[in-house]
Design a protein around this ligand. Structure first.
Ligand code: ATR
Length: 283
């Protein structure tokens, strides 16, 4: 690896950051594309985002990805915010401008790209989303951007989901136990809860087989394990299911494009995916 005075620096900020896969992905992209940049991770404590950004700007850092707990907290300290990120209410990418950093949300772009690639057409249709946590905002925004007409949002805490998504009358909010109230079948579903994440591999937020009979295709945002219990249940009931790895790589690719102005080739994306898979298998 060649690093010199011209090398651009990008990083993740969050807390914790020890287990992030973003450096692996971004450094793989730079290597494949011959971009003179390095990517690292900084642990920034809650309440210290402003100081971190001011210091980073003075140091000439090119861009950031932002993760828990700063995705919303960082917004007041940006020089500009992309309208989609503003609507979502969270940013995950910051790009250096003349007077500060501009915020974007590439999580939504990542899932949109994955849905398109899977050949799933939700235009004019309703879809199902499980969960109402941090990931749900970007997913819901992406689905509406793709022309979805309404969503069934199932969450453990109905009150929390109502508060976040209840104002939009296109959304129907239900507790997880009421999935039987969803009419019809052939739905696309995105699993956005943390249920099923390692080490909790034998759990799914819903286990009722009659729910899974309504699902024709699904994405679980979890990628550890590679096949979640939720994905198994979708497949056992005849649907197609994907894990969250592609979404992770595509959101990184969109961030990379914003940082460096480089559209990644299929080969570079494939290389990063292989590295990621072998890293995850090796653990
Ligand atoms: P984050 O913001 O990091 O995504 P979160 O806000 O805790 O994390 O959201 C995680 C999602 O998983 C939420 O939808 C959460 O449901 P609640 O809103 O009711 O808390 C869901 N979740 C987490 N643990 C769960 C469990 N054991 N059963 C059902 N849903 C669960």
């Amino acid at each position: 690896m060649k690093i010199d005075g011209r090398t651009k620096v990008c990083a993740l900020i969050g807390d914790p950051v020890e287990h992030t896969l973003s450096p692996l992905i971004h450094n793989s992209f730079s290597e494949s594309e011959g971009v003179d940049a390095v990517y690292t991770a900084f642990r920034v404590k809650k309440g210290e985002v402003r100081e971190a950004l001011e210091g980073a700007f003075a140091l000439g850092i090119q861009g950031f990805n932002v993760t828990v707990p700063h995705k919303e907290a960082v917004m007041p300290y940006l020089s500009d915010i992309d309208p989609a990120a503003y609507e979502i209410g969270a940013v995950n990418t910051l790009v250096r401008g003349e007077n500060g950093y501009k915020g974007y949300n590439t999580d939504a772009l990542g899932i949109m790209r994955e849905i398109k690639e899977l050949g799933i057409d939700i235009k004019g249709k309703r879809a199902i989303m499980l969960g109402a946590g941090g990931a749900a905002n970007a997913v819901l925004h992406a689905l509406y951007s793709l022309g979805m007409t309404g969503a069934f949002i199932l969450n453990r805490s109905v009150e929390k989901a109502e508060k976040k998504f209840g104002d939009d009358k296109r959304n129907v909010i239900l507790p997880l136990e009421k999935s039987g109230d969803i009419p019809g079948k052939n739905y696309f579903c995105v699993q956005c809860t943390s249920v099923g994440l390692e080490p909790d591999v034998d759990s799914s937020p819903i286990e009722d087989p009659s729910f899974f009979k309504k699902i024709s295709s699904a994405v679980d945002i979890i990628y550890k394990p590679y096949e979640t219990k939720f994905m198994k249940l979708v497949r056992e009931n005849g649907g197609q299911a994907e894990n969250g790895l592609k979404m992770l790589i595509y959101q990184a690719a969109e961030s990379f494009k914003l940082f460096h102005g480089v559209d990644l080739s299929e080969e570079s994306l494939e290389e990063a995916r292989e590295r990621l898979e072998s890293f995850l298998e090796g653990r």
